[in-house]
Design a protein around this ligand. Sequence first.
Ligand code: GRF
Length: 206
Amino acid sequence: MMRLAVMVSGSGSNLQALIDAQKAQQLNATINVVICDQPKAQAISRTLAARIPVICVPLAKKASREQWAEQISQLLAAFTPDLIVMAGWMKVMPAAFVERWTPNIINQHPALLPDDGGEFYTLSDGRQIPAIRGAHAVRDALDLGVPVTGCTVHQITPIVDVGPVLAKAEVAVLPNDDQASLHERIKQAERRILVDVINNLAQTVA
Ligand code: GRF
């Protein structure tokens, strides 16, 4: 069975989807550890409720990001993961961390990222929208007035939000959407494609 380490920062609804899929035997993988950088994140209680080990590793204000990332690498290594899933992990990791784990590290992004790493995304109906990267992708989609946004699961590379795309789903922006309503619909799509991606990758792990 493929061994997963999941990295989270927030509410953990995507993590919950993985936990639920695992319980329902619809995930061809086992979550062996969850790493969280936010001591008050709801993701921690979700993990404990599922009796999965969770390790909280906040980045102290004056700490070196490189040392902190190296500690996380060592913690991860102790659990010998086949795949690391950044499921709402909100910190950009140093290149040394990414290089250590690539290609076995994937990330979710709440917008559509193009396969070519470029500046535009071509929707299924042929229209082009800007590729929306960064930490405020849902808000930026509303500000830009795009008709459709969505979500992407991609491999991590040292360049943020560019790595090879594994799966994506389009989500229409509705006239009365605010950030919360749009993000909730995006997350519904994210939970679905994340489970699919992991099950696809599991086929390549003995
Ligand atoms: C997701 O939309 C993910 O793409 C983004 O953060 C959100 C995490 O949501 N990076 P949750 O913590 O899984 O509910």
